[in-house]
Design a protein. Structure first.
Length: 85
């Protein structure tokens, strides 16, 4: 399973949707994911890929990690995986 597929699966699980309902253009808000769901998604992603996501739950839009869309989250995760390698 690719990084993209796995991240979509994790996000879909948090949104209680099918992975096919999650598109790269989807925003977390549009998927119905609240701040708690976002934190749980980040933890699941960190565990799945053994990375540390630079994310502050108190200031989700602060910092370099872009959470504006599913595509931006996937891009950030791929970058973190590449940096760790």
């Amino acid at each position: 399973m690719s990084v993209t597929e796995k991240v979509i699966e994790i996000i879909a699980e948090q949104a209680v949707l099918e992975p096919s309902d999650v598109t790269l253009d989807s925003t977390l808000e549009a998927l119905g994911i609240d701040s708690l769901g976002l934190v749980e998604s980040i933890f699941a992603i960190e565990e799945e890929f053994d990375i540390s996501v630079p994310f502050n739950a108190n200031e989700p839009t602060a910092g370099d990690f872009d959470i504006t869309s599913v595509a931006s989250i996937i891009s950030g995760i791929k970058k973190l995986i590449a940096e760790q390698a």
